[in-house]
Design a protein around this ligand. Structure first.
Ligand code: GTP
Ligand code: MG
Length: 175
C-alpha cells in the first residue's frame, strides 16, 4: 500500500496521560501504573480514511511521545521540530494542566507554524459531567484555524481516543 509518513507530537504537563493515550491507540491497552516518560518514545500506526485524496487515503502517523513538562520548563525544541500535527493534552482532574495548554500550544506553533493542533482533555472518566462543560468552554478561546477541536478523552475507557488521532490524520491528508 502506498502512503506517506507524518510526524505528530503529544505534548502537555507531566502525568496528564500522553503515553496512555498512545498506548490505547496503538496497542489497545491501558495500565493504571505511572511510569514517567524520559526523553521521547516514538510509535507508528497507519491510518486509512475514506477521504478521496488524489495521492493516498492512508497515512503513517509517526507519534512522538514527549516527556511531560511544566510550563516554566518547556520542551526541548528538537523533539518538536518537523511535526505536522500535535495533540496537546491536559488532565481534567488538575485544572493547572488546562491553564498550561496555552503555553504548550504557543511553544509548539512557534516551532511548527503550519501544523494542526487538537486539544485532548483527558481522564474524563474521573470527573462529573457538569465540570466537563466548564473545561470545554475554557478551551473555546484557544480554538483557531489551526487549533480545530477539543475532545474529552479517556485512555482508560478508550472514549474518543481513536477519534483524536483519526481527526488529525484526516487534516494531514487534506493539507
Ligand atoms: P509523563 O510521561 O510523565 O509526561 O506522563 P504522561 O502524560 O505520559 O502520563 P501517563 O500516560 O504516564 O499517565 C499518568 C497516570 O495517569 C498513569 O497512572 C495512568 O494510568 C493515568 N491515566 C492516564 N490516562 C488516564 C485516563 O484517561 N483515565 C484515568 N483514570 N487514568 C489515566
Ligand atoms: Mg509519558
Amino acid at each position: 500500500m502506498k502512503y506517506t509518513s507524518q510526524k505528530i507530537c503529544l505534548i502537555g504537563d507531566f502525568g496528564v496521560g500522553k503515553t496512555s493515550l498512545i498506548r490505547r491507540f496503538v496497542d489497545g491497552e491501558f495500565s493504571d501504573q505511572y511510569l514517567a516518560t524520559v526523553g521521547v518514545k516514538i510509535s507508528r500506526k497507519v491510518i486509512t480514511t475514506d477521504i478521496k485524496s488524489p495521492s493516498s487515503n492512508s497515512l503513517q502517523l509517526i507519534i512522538w511521545d514527549v516527556e511531560g513538562s511544566q510550563k516554566f520548563k518547556g520542551i526541548a525544541p528538537n523533539y518538536l521540530q518537523g511535526a505536522r500535527g500535535a495533540v496537546i493534552v491536559a488532565d481534567m482532574t488538575r485544572s493547572e494542566t488546562i491553564k498550561n495548554l496555552r503555553q504548550h500550544i504557543q511553544q509548539f506553533l512557534s516551532i511548527n507554524p503550519q501544523a494542526c493542533v487538537i486539544i485532548a482533555l483527558n481522564k474524563a472518566d474521573l470527573i462529573e459531567l457538569e465540570y466537563t462543560e466548564k473545561a470545554i468552554q475554557e478551551c473555546q478561546s484557544l480554538l483557531s484555524t489551526q487549533i480545530t477541536a477539543t475532545y474529552l478523552t479517556s485512555a482508560k475507557t478508550g472514549n474518543n481516543v481513536d477519534e483524536i488521532f483519526t481527526e488529525l490524520a484526516h487534516k494531514l491528508i487534506l493539507l
